[in-house]
Write a protein that binds this ligand. Structure first.
Ligand code: SF4
Length: 389
């Protein structure tokens, strides 16, 4: 038995309607027959892949999407049962399910909680109905408190709320109201992302006309966010993530620390050692043959692994572990990139303890600048050139 644990990500690609900023793999308006066929295909893929990982125990699972709570309670229960049949899952594994406040009902909550799911991640985004409507979200602000109350009634204590900054027409005052509304529900975890305008989305098509908050307003929102969450006892443990100890998301930490995970479902990715797996985003071909939809990239080169390690570990407040880095790559992070790191350390964007190099709070806000400086330096010439940040 391999002593290293593994994580599982399941992509459930259904949504009631497409949000105007969304470039995730999600299909709106699909009927019950297609969801049933998808559930069958997902279980078929799990049964096919699991024997390859008989020597691993699973300690994190994540239902993402899409909107996993659009599956019926019976479909959710069958997927959980299939995972339990096929994998060795630790009794204290973290099981997360993403949920939309408008689609979380009594039977689904019950099915999730009684089948092992112990963490809910709820897409709140804003407490302003005008902002939610602008984003194209299906829920209204008033849907959130009952959804959280329902989750608590079913025994969920580990609840994350997603919030968004930089929404068109959002003001510092409206962001502050959203933050107040989120905190009033006492979540254990908050994920706060800046709106990204992605190609291929309706927002991208109108990007020059969108009344986005200006840079100063976003800076003020970020400052407010840090002040409020620190005062409330949250740990800012990743660029966009805050948790009350011990509710750090173990599954997402797996990504940032480059630990192994499997991906199931259309567009899902996996990474085991230096091997990356991915699926086509096409739902019909996934349902037809989920195993054939799974592809493998050529193994990652050492330079690519080093690049990813720096890119991901610097997202966390722990940062880069000098000892592990030297063992993995044959050179120290600080010694190799000394010239590139010095100006950022002098500017207060990086801090170094005996063993770790991490971004400061200000450095997290300017992480793109720091990473660009590191990867554009002469010391990074040995990294994969096509991936220069
Ligand atoms: S709910 Fe999430 S996955 Fe679905 S369309 Fe909106 S942003 Fe995309």
């Amino acid at each position: 038995m391999c002593s290293e644990t593994i994580g599982i990500y399941l992509h459930i690609p259904f949504c009631l309607q497409k949000c105007r900023y969304c470039d995730f793999c999600s299909y709106p308006g699909r009927d019950a027959a297609e969801k049933e066929a998808f559930t069958e295909a997902l279980c078929r893929e799990i049964r096919h892949v699991a024997p390859l990982y008989r020597d691993r125990t699973v300690d994190t699972l994540f239902f993402g999407g899409g909107t996993p709570t659009l599956l019926s309670s019976d479909e959710l229960r069958r997927i959980c049962a299939c995972l339990r049949d096929c994998f060795s899952i630790l009794p204290d594994a973290e099981w997360t399910c993403e949920a939309n406040p408008a689609t979380l009902d009594d039977t689904r909550c019950h099915a999730l909680r009684t089948n092992g799911v112990n963490r809910l991640s709820i897409g709140m985004q804003s407490a302003s109905d005008a902002e939610l409507a602008c984003l194209g979200r299906v829920h209204r602000a008033s849907d959130l408190p009952p959804a959280v109350a329902l989750a608590r009634k079913h025994g969920f204590t580990n609840i994350n709320l997603d919030l968004m900054m930089g929404i068109p027409c959002q003001t510092l005052a409206s962001f502050s109201d959203s933050l107040d509304a989120a905190l009033s529900l006492a979540p254990a975890h908050l994920s706060v992302y800046s709106l990204q305008i992605e190609p291929g989305t309706p927002f991208f098509a109108q990007k020059d006309a969108l009344p986005l908050p200006d840079e100063d307003t976003e800076e003020a929102m970020y400052a407010l966010l840090l002040a409020r969450l620190h005062a409330e006892g949250f740990r800012h443990y990743e660029i966009s993530n805050f948790a009350k100890e011990p509710a750090l998301c173990r599954h997402n930490l797996r990504y940032w620390l480059r630990k192994d995970y499997l991906g199931f479902g259309p567009a899902a990715h996996g990474c085991v050692g230096n091997r990356r797996f991915y699926h086509s985003a096409d739902l019909s071909s996934y349902i037809r043959d989920p195993v054939a939809s799974r592809r493998e990239d050529p193994p990652l080169l050492p330079g690519e692994i080093e690049y990813e390690t720096i890119l991901l570990a610097l997202r966390t407040d722990r940062g880069i572990d000098e000892i592990a880095f030297s063992e993995a790559f044959g050179h120290g992070f600080r010694s190799c990139y000394a010239a590139a790191l010095a100006p950022f350390r002098d500017a207060g964007l990086l801090c170094c303890s005996e063993r770790y190099t991490a971004l400061t709070e200000r450095g997290m806000r300017l992480s793109n600048t720091v990473l660009a400086g590191i990867f554009a330096s002469d010391a990074a010439a040995h990294l994969f050139p096509a991936k220069i940040y």
